[in-house]
Design a protein around this ligand. Sequence first.
Ligand code: FE2
Ligand code: FE2
Length: 464
Amino acid sequence: MNPKISTQSDKKIKMYVYHLLMPLLLLMVSKFSVVPNLNWISAYIIVGGANAITFSWVSEHVILFKMHKEYFWTYAFVLLLTSFLISVGYDLFGLYGLPVFFGVLAITALMGIESGTAAAITLSTIAAVSGNGNFKLFSMYAIASIGAIFLTKRLDKRFDFSKAALWNSLISVAMVFAMNSAFSPFELQFKSLFLAGINPFVSMVLILGVLPYIEYLSRIYSNMGLIELGNLGHPLVKQLLTKAPGTYFHSVMLSNMCESAAQRIGANYVLARIGPYFHDIGKIKRPEFFAENQQDSNPHDSISPMMNYLVIASHVKYGEELSRSSRLPLLVEDMIKEHHGTRMVSFFYQKALSENLKVSPDDFRYPGPKPRTKESGIVMLADSCEAAVRSLKSPSLPKIQNTVEEVVNKIYNERQLDDSSLTLRDIDQIVEEFSKVLFAMHKKRIEYPKTTQEVEKVIKIAKM
Ligand SMILES: [Fe+2]
Ligand SMILES: [Fe+2]
């Protein structure tokens, strides 16, 4: 059978199972016992409708769902866990103590605002069904949780989570007050207001405790988890410093370039800062084969061009293996696999041609794939630009700018950025940012360090 057709039919079966089975599971975990005379068919249609529409939208529009199946499973798992917590909340606190925000905050932190909004609609529907068809609850939970994540914008620090909970709390209290005074004779209960106000904070505390486990199991990291990984204390990064100090220094340079560029074009700058620390982690295996770590001797001279290509290209495969065994985030692993795309190791191809060997350019390509996210595309561009600027003799700003433009145009014309969703406008802005950062870092004419001690000294200077 054609593997493409079989994957497509697998996908369809998975979708049908999700759309048909998931509402049933959600209803089962959320409310077996809460609603006294629940009409299961009606409840199934309501929850099934909300779930089908929101999930179809997310799986179609959020690229991450197409890249890794873990996004699908984690999304489903968080919905189920939250639905279970909704039934616990109902038993303990009643209608205004349902921890809808737990799921919304978790999905937003892990997968972004679009996915969080979709989760908010499904979970608020479940809250309304659990509340015996009280659809005032749907508006309150949906508006408060979607409003909170839109007002908070980024969830990079613990304080951002507190801010989101505060917004949710304020909106919930306002909604309870307005709904109770608008739709029924004024019968405001302070208990309801108190519960609506405190509920988002309970969800926030719960999520801070559970998030690290979800991150470890799914390898989908929130920005807060990524920041913890990026403190240069990770065992793999420490190994890079001791075994391949030149590569370590190159990775720190890249991190600065990628962060600025991502910030400028509105991409995830935390991911763009952390990914580069690990992008060349595979070089800890044979560091002496890579120019940035070479001192006097060059081991390439003693082996054939094809062998040289194999050693150079293997840093991608080995990096991927290390990333999997260390459970690095999936998106960081993507950067390891994609930072050379399907480009050619042209130096050794040319060398093979000069030795009259029968070779084709495809024999000397990296395995790929090409970058599939904006952040990964930025890492690919930064990687080549940094290496090119490093070889300039006296790097003035115009010289750096020309070199960066040349390198970026070459990669663009090779069509390596086709899947990265970077626009031409993004690329122009990335060139500007790279030039600025590279000029700032080369102003002091920092010599490329070869030993661990030298790297530490130079990084201290670069941070000044
Ligand atoms: Fe590399
Ligand atoms: Fe690199």
